[in-house]
Design a binder for this molecule. Sequence first.
Ligand code: HEC
Ligand code: HEC
Length: 419
Amino acid sequence: MSKGALAIGAMLALAALVWWLAPARLPETWSEQEAALIASLSLATLSELPADPSNAVADDERAARLGQRLFFDRRLSTNGAISCASCHRPELSFSDGLPVAVGTGVGERHTPSLIGIAFSPWLYWDGRRDSQWAQALAPMETHFEQGAGRTAVVRLLASEQQYRSAYEEIFAALPAADRLPAAASPLGNAVERENWRSLDPELRAAVNRAFANAGKALAAYQRKLLPGRSRFDDYADAVARDRAVLPQEDWLSRDEIAGLGVFIGTGQCINCHNGPLFSNHDFHNTGILPASGQMPSMGRYDGISLARQDPFNCLGEFSDAEPGQCMELRFANDGSELAGAHKTPGLRTASRTAPYMHAGQIATLAEVMQHYNEAPVAMLGHNEAKPLGLAPRQLRQLEAFLGSLEAPVATAQQWLAAP
Ligand code: HEC
Ligand code: HEC
């Protein structure tokens, strides 16, 4: 190689190094439109808890306390070892740090955080439940989660004095525990299904009612789990007051601010991760490959039909809502474009809830950024996101920005452990 070529090579390498190390260049002020976008992400814009007309006890403190006990009670599982909190661990933002959940068996989905869950009109990655209380019933009957089964849940409520009096104070009389078989459920194994079929129809209806009420108490509890203010929120509120406030570093570092610029700008993240919880609560296909050994997930395409079939949905007999209050369910979209679409997760806890995506397919935030930058072709349906062509430094800045959302929960300590 000639000396000239060597010198040019060395200069290029030096230029690349300078570019790599140089502090991010920031504009002096956000544009009016940028400032409005930033302000729209602040927790200051979070609305009151949305009402849940399908759950008459959603805001009843007594129901929340009953729900809290149930949430941490391991007896609601076949092996006596798994509670909701085994997978939704308070110290991990109510997630579990695993790629896919492990309960009484191994599941296929990643455990999402529950912070701010009451704001989500649809539950689960595929939105197959339309209320928090309908969702809460499922793990108690899913054999690889807790699997206790319907009568076992109601038997526990009816047989333990503390549960029984708390329940009856809020709802109505429970059936006598000794009338209930230990294991009966329409969703269990062959024996449990047979036990369920042979149950007296009136008792079966009473069990369904009490089971639904247990879900409503669990929902009331989870409405307490709310996000706290982060450094980003202080910054966003300052920008809302004065958009020239930008190049200060009191709240965010230069890299975090630059990452915010990418998030609301060329990265287009804000198209889906918007509002104070960084989620539009809608379903999108972002080309996430299935976890190894799994079939590609149909996502919301299956989810909406499962939500419609669920006997515990907003229009069902256990709901406290008038049919006119079930707009989400009645008018939900169910087109084929929903194949492979999953719920947009909020990002406020993202820096602490690795791994990522519906089956924990992506291990680190750095790899998530890489995924969006490349926007691979989806195996099922089509990827709505387009390749971004961001520089490695911008990807790191995006990641740094997500770190600035970290904050403790805004929930009183008394709710964060078993009562
Ligand atoms: C074995 C671990 C495990 C247990 C036990 C468990 N969960 Fe979950 N939870 C998960 C997983 C995994 C998902 C996502 C599943 C899916 O989307 O298909 C989930 C989803 C949820 C969601 C929906 C979150 C969202 O963003 O849509 C809520 C709410 C929830 N669980 C509450 C509960 C409650 C209440 C209990 C106890 C009755 C419970 N979970 C028990 C693992 C668990
Ligand atoms: C088209 C809508 C859309 C866009 C644009 C989008 N996301 Fe997402 N994001 C989603 C959906 C949907 C998921 C869940 C996908 C899945 O699990 O299959 C997700 C998942 C994530 C996760 C994982 C969160 C978790 O708890 O598992 C992170 C982090 C994330 N997105 C960050 C970003 C960033 C940063 C950008 C911009 C570069 C971005 N997203 C752009 C819809 C979008």
